[in-house]
Write a protein that binds this ligand. Structure first.
Ligand code: ATP
Ligand code: MG
Length: 452
């Protein structure tokens, strides 16, 4: 089932990526469309401005100057350099009037760009051949004439106009002037302009994407959580069947033996076998109780508070626990604070501490250290540390969860149901305290219980 979900996740992520690419392309297209619209509008407005008398007069003035200078060139009065220089001088003086006029017209129309008019070709020829190429298209850079100079990488070309005129119409020499000029513009604050126009689109896209990604993340997170839960459940079922089977097998063997012995008349009172049955029965009962207690929930845990003398309570607990240890295991109890009294449920606190001690003994330790301290205005601290197998960093956050057990290659090497620490935590929480764990794989584990 999880494999299927994995495929679904991959498909969702791939779809999201494709959708993002497509969406990006659409946004880019919209951007281009907006840009085109701006240019179209600029073009039509510029045409209107050029047709206005004031601007047209100034343009005529510059054309006349070019004509005048060209005639001088044909008559060999001036060389090319001087002609260009003279035209530039004239254009500079016209610009002083042109710029304020143009700018006020642009402002009137609410247009947010600057204009530059450049010469891109300037050629004089007679009927058969070219006489002078003052500006050659494609070879020379355009020469800025009117408006505001715009950097080459920022200019947007609006149009290019060719103008041809016969020089000295009354002279039989038949010379022609060919002039090409272009209009380029540059939008002020182009980025801001386009961003303002596309703000709604960008903003709504962003919000929608955030929602979709959030939902995807949430679904994946949930899926993994459910998988973990399912794994834990399977583990638990495997465990409990194993745990329940062992005493049952022993029980069935002993009953068979008992029957046989009775049949054969070897015994009249099967005392020893009965004891085994009794012990196994008790164990089975305990296991079932544990599972039942858990399924009933520890949430409505009722505690009855006792004023406990910590020193004698812990001493008794440890001496009882010592009996269950192997000969190679030792346990030490240290008090950093004496004569303290603790308000807690004696029975439940014993259960919580025993569960932790059980683990320490079970998970491969040879030495267990129990320490007690009281900190004024805070409360009681009991720490239990061992030098056992330790817990992997990735598992540590799960140890207090119901049914959680660290599994090695999915095979449990130590018996248990994974409920001990869950119970311990519920008990401590019911006392308004907290429990912390700290562990290093292969080195050992430390649990600290705090009760206010
Ligand atoms: P149960 O206590 O129900 O019989 P359990 O001991 O496996 O079963 P918990 O006491 O809840 O369950 O512990 C959960 C898991 O945490 C254990 O299975 C073990 O993997 C890990 N663990 C707990 N205490 C220790 C410890 N002192 N050293 C190493 N691992 C530990
Ligand atoms: Mg345990």
């Amino acid at each position: 089932m999880f494999k299927k979900s994995k495929i679904l996740i991959i498909i969702s992520v791939v779809t999201l990526v494709l959708l993002t690419i497509l969406h990006g392309k659409l946004i880019y297209n919209t951007y281009q469309l907006k840009e085109k619209l701006y240019l179209l509008n600029a073009k039509s407005e510029i045409t209107k401005i050029y047709n206005s008398k004031e601007i047209d007069d100034l343009l005529c003035e510059i054309r006349n100057e070019v004509l005048k200078q060209s005639n001088q060139l044909v008559d060999s009065n001036y060389d090319q350099k001087t002609v260009l220089l003279n035209i530039k001088k004239k254009s500079d003086s016209i610009n002083l009037i042109f710029n304020p006029k143009m700018e006020s017209k642009l402002k009137e129309r609410n247009l947010n760009f600057i204009i530059s008019i450049d010469l891109t070709e300037f050629e004089i020829s007679d009927t058969s051949k070219t006489i002078a190429k003052l500006i050659e298209k494609g070879k020379d850079n355009p020469i800025f004439i009117l408006g505001r100079k715009i950097k080459a990488n920022e200019e947007i070309k609006i149009n290019e106009i060719t103008w041809q005129k016969e020089l000295k119409p009354f002279d039989p020499s038949q010379h022609y002037l060919t002039l090409k000029n272009r209009i380029v513009i540059k939008f002020n604050n182009w980025n801001m302009l386009i961003f303002r126009d596309m703000f709604f689109l960008l903003f709504s896209s962003f919000i929608l994407y955030a929602i979709v990604i959030g939902l995807l993340y949430f679904s994946i997170f949930n899926l993994y959580k459910n998988k973990r839960l399912a794994d834990i459940k399977t583990d638990f079922i495997n465990n409990i069947t194993h745990e329940l089977k062992t005493p049952l097998t022993t029980l069935s063997i002993t009953t068979k033996t008992l029957n046989k012995q009775l049949e054969l008349g070897y015994i009249s009172e099967p005392i020893e076998t009965l004891q085994i049955i009794d012990r196994q029965n008790e164990r089975l009962q305990k296991l079932i109780d544990q599972v039942l207690q858990n399924s009933l929930g520890f949430n409505d845990l009722k505690i009855s508070l006792d004023d406990i003398n910590v020193q004698s309570f812990l001493k008794h607990l440890i001496s009882d626990f010592k009996i269950t240890l192997n000969p190679n295991q030792t346990i030490d109890l240290t008090f950093f604070s004496d004569n303290q009294y603790l308000l807690a449920d004696r029975f439940l606190l014993t259960t919580a501490l025993t569960n932790i001690l059980d683990n320490a003994a079970k998970f491969g330790s040879t030495r267990i250290d129990v320490k007690y301290d009281f900190i004024k205005n805070k409360g009681h601290y009991i720490s239990i540390s061992d030098n056992g197998i330790g817990i992997d960093q990735q598992d540590i956050k799960y140890v207090f969860e119901k049914f959680f057990r660290v599994s090695e290659n999915n095979k449990h090497n130590y018996k248990g149901l994974g409920l001990g620490l869950y119970f311990a935590k519920q008990i401590v929480l019911a006392h308004q305290g907290n429990i912390k764990v700290d562990s290093k794989k292969g080195k050992g584990t430390n649990f600290t219980i705090f009760i206010p």
